[in-house]
Design a protein around this ligand. Structure first.
Ligand SMILES: CC(=O)N[C@H]1[C@@H](OP(=O)(O)O)O[C@H](CO)[C@@H](O)[C@@H]1O
Length: 507
């Protein structure tokens, strides 16, 4: 191990020796931990990182300059649609997706290293429950969708398949996530098919280019963004694990979308039949300022321009049809072939841009007191998962229906949108629609039958509460046998037990 003198000398050369200013006050263990952390940061890499952060932070924040002239919507031949296609085509994509799943060629990969700052929780977002009647958490919903999609593939193809679940965590989320999964018996998935790995962390830096101490004995670190995926895949030999299992196609998604369709056979099938190496699901943007990236082309190359980097003028531009010109909203659901991920991790990762986020970073002042700043005082650098799209040989986008597939949990309930209430409503409204489509009738709290036309209530709630377990239906399929012609009293939960009760005798 490097001695304190060595570390100090290296940090001095890097202009970062302030990180040792409380070293003399520390108990031996804390001092050793700090020295180990500083040694692992490597002084040269730290200097470079701090200089890069300060330089990037000094540039005008917000929209990228000269973007307008370089931007174009994606050409139509690169975009498929689950909304505007005919039934036969959709079935063909779905069939292909299920075929690949049943051959064990499909994995899902969850990006779950974020800190949930906007939501205001100190635990991983996946452990959040939005107040559904079943009280299920995001992690449980996702686990059950994996189980169901495996089951559907098996039923069609007569197999016994596995969709492995890779979960990228960070220093903040790894411990609590493992504990949570163990406490819940991995939601009845085989633990050997749930692979947790950790992304790297990067130091937070002041506007003057100094790494920040968050405690006398600890540098302020933050996960390296969801684009940290590519280093993390290499660090933990995840692609080798995929290869051993025979995985060829990976559905990467972000933890916060309550409606996410894991390993969606329609999306997978579309991408595979298109021969794509990289793909993104999109929804039509709801309004110009919506905080979603837009999937488009920059200098003729497919890319995502993040909401923080697009000007209001460009975001509000209208196309010939009167809708938003840049209307392909990124929902952080990506398709990658393992081959593409392999090339990215080996060749292109170092080319990924670092994006700047100005954050309020708690720090210790000169006297060693903890300060919680009221205004941003630090720069965090992040890579974005979609920044690899530019390296794809055949990129495709796939448009899906927002109501069915996108409702993200970003904020707490004080915000108007993307909060626990909007997520809960989106899921319950979907299940209400599915139940009606399957021929159910609902009774209100007074036992009076609601009409089929009963729309959503003014607050967006469905007129009756109906929650359907993902173990019973993945995307609305197979519900007629339980619900056709039934009168259901709200609230109604269709879980596996209820499904057994409702199942006709001859099934
Ligand atoms: C770097 C990144 O992946 N940003 C994504 C991601 O945004 P966050 O605000 O970082 O959660 O999810 C959005 C969809 O919920 C998507 O539109 C956006 O482009």
């Amino acid at each position: 191990m490097d001695s304190e003198r060595d570390v100090r000398a290296q940090l001095q050369r890097a202009g970062q020796d302030h990180l040792l200013r409380f070293c003399a006050d520390l108990a031996p263990e804390a001092r050793a931990a700090l020295l180990a952390e500083l040694a692992s940061l490597e002084a040269d890499a730290l200097r470079e990182h701090c200089q890069r952060a300060a330089a990037a932070g000094a540039l005008a924040p917000g929209p990228l300059p000269d973007l307008a002239a370089r931007l174009q919507p994606l050409p139509p031949e690169r975009v498929g649609s689950a909304i505007h296609c005919d039934q036969e085509t959709r079935l063909r994509w779905e069939e292909e997706g299920f075929r690949q799943i049943s051959l064990n060629k499909v994995a899902v990969l969850l990006l779950a290293g974020g800190q949930g700052t906007r939501l205001g929780v100190t635990y991983p977002k996946g452990m959040y429950q939005v107040g559904l009647p079943s009280q299920k958490t995001l992690y449980q919903l996702q686990a059950e969708r994996i189980r169901r999609v495996q089951q559907l593939a098996d039923q069609r193809q007569g197999t016994h398949c596995t969709v492995p679940w890779y979960i990228m965590t960070s220093e903040f989320t790894l411990g609590p996530t493992i504990k949570f999964f163990k406490e819940h018996d991995f939601f009845h998935l085989d633990p050997t098919n749930v692979v947790l790995f950790e992304q790297r962390m990067l130091p937070a830096v002041t506007f003057e280019g100094k790494a920040i101490l968050e405690r006398k004995d600890k540098v302020a670190m933050a996960p390296d963004g969801n684009g940290g995926l590519y280093c993390a895949l290499a660090d933990h030999q995840i692609l080798e694990d995929m290869k051993q299992r025979g995985v060829e196609f990976v559905h990467v998604y972000c933890v916060d979308n309550i409606l996410v369709r894991l390993a969606d056979p329609v999306f997978i099938g579309f991408c595979v039949l298109q021969g794509a190496d990289c793909g993104a699901k999109v929804v039509e943007k709801a309004y110009p300022e919506e905080p979603v990236g837009v999937v488009c082309q920059v200098d003729g190359v497919p890319q995502v321009v993040e909401y923080s980097e697009i000007s209001p003028e460009i975001a509000g531009q209208l196309g010939a049809d009167g809708g938003l010109l840049y209307n392909a909203g990124n929902i952080c659901n990506h398709f990658f072939t393992r081959g593409f991920l392999d090339v990215v991790t080996r060749e292109f990762e170092p080319l990924l841009r670092l994006h700047v986020a100005m954050k309020k970073v708690p720090y210790v002042d000169e006297e060693g007191n903890l300060v919680k700043p009221l205004r941003p005082n630090g720069i965090k650098m992040e890579k974005f998962v979609f920044d690899v799209f530019q390296f794809a040989k055949n990129f495709v986008a796939f448009e899906v229906c927002r109501e069915e597939e996108f409702s993200p949990l970003k904020n707490d309930d004080t915000a108007d949108r993307d909060n626990p209430s909007t997520c809960r409503r989106a899921l319950l409204a979907q299940h209400y629609r599915w139940a009606l489509q399957a021929g159910a009738h609902f009774l209100d709290v007074h036992g009076v039958q609601l009409t089929e036309q009963s729309g959503l209530l003014p607050n967006g709630d469905p007129p009756a509460i109906c929650e359907i377990s993902p173990l019973v239906s993945y995307s609305g399929e197979g519900l007629e046998m339980y619900l056709q012609g039934r009168q259901l009293q709200s609230p109604f939960i269709l879980d596996e037990d209820q499904a057994r009760l409702l199942r006709p005798q001859d099934c």
